[in-house]
Design a protein around this ligand. Structure first.
Ligand code: 6PG
Length: 231
């Protein structure tokens, strides 16, 4: 039985998500003096990020890392790192440490070793991890049929993996991707999926009740994450 949290409004969903994530991060800080939060890019998380800006956490002890990144520079309009910096790392959260997933290498495949060194220096496994969902059933940058997708789901996967997605309306031009592996997602203490609208609800329901081959279903089978949905 999937773990659905259904809300009448997006505002109500954001309030509930903020409570759940904030308490998880606070507990980590109290337990070991540090918390790590992995966040997706895209667009859905924007209101949650803005609500979390002034969460009463000791943000000096919070590492915020990317769940995935399009292989573009920070000043590119499709940079997830810039999206997170602009919408989350403000106010009190500006004291947090944002850990990006991009390196200066030409491709994710060439940059994956450096990015893994960066991520493996964090306080892992992640205390909280925020997933999104695309209409094609991808999550993070685990796109159906992507080159590298089976490496990304391997038991022996590194924290971060390089993928080349099949170009589609969902990927846009950014087919070169860096992503957390399914194993890194599985190992997170708290994993929540934040989705809105009927299309994504239907995509998820179909994926979870189908043959289990879509990335979001494979991740759910490894880690039955909490689902937060509003119209
Ligand atoms: C990305 C995201 C991705 C996102 C979904 C949903 O780099 O594209 O991290 O995994 O979560 O594509 O995106 P929206 O929130 O914009 O619908």
């Amino acid at each position: 039985m999937a773990n659905w949290h259904v809300f009448e409004s997006r505002d109500d969903m954001v309030i509930a998500l903020k409570v759940a994530i904030e308490s998880q991060l606070q507990a980590a800080i109290e337990a070991r003096g540090q918390a790590s939060w992995a966040v997706s890019g895209g667009s859905t998380p924007k209101p949650l990020f803005q609500a979390m800006q002034n969460a009463p956490l000791d943000w000096r002890h919070v590492d915020v890392a990317l769940v995935d990144e399009r292989w573009v520079d920070y000043d590119h309009p499709r940079s997830n790192e810039a999206f997170v910096a602009e919408n989350l790392m403000q106010g009190r959260a500006a004291s947090g440490c944002l850990v990006g997933m991009k390196s200066d290498h030409a491709t994710p495949a060439r940059g994956v070793m450096e990015v893994n060194k960066r991520f493996d220096a964090l306080s892992l496994p992640f205390d909280s991890l925020l997933l999104g969902l695309g209409p094609d059933g991808h999550t993070a940058s685990l796109f159906p049929g992507a080159e590298g997708i089976e490496v990304a789901f391997a038991e022996s996967a590194t924290t971060c993996v390089a993928l080349t997605a099949i170009q589609s309306a969902v990927t846009g031009e950014e087919v070169e991707r860096m992503s957390l592996s399914a194993k890194a997602i599985q190992e997170a203490a708290q994993v929540v999926l934040m989705i809105t609208g009927d299309e994504k609800k239907q995509t998820l329901e179909a994926a979870l009740s189908g043959d289990g081959s879509l990335p979001i279903a494979r991740v759910y089978a490894m880690k039955p994450f909490e689902i937060y949905w509003a119209p």
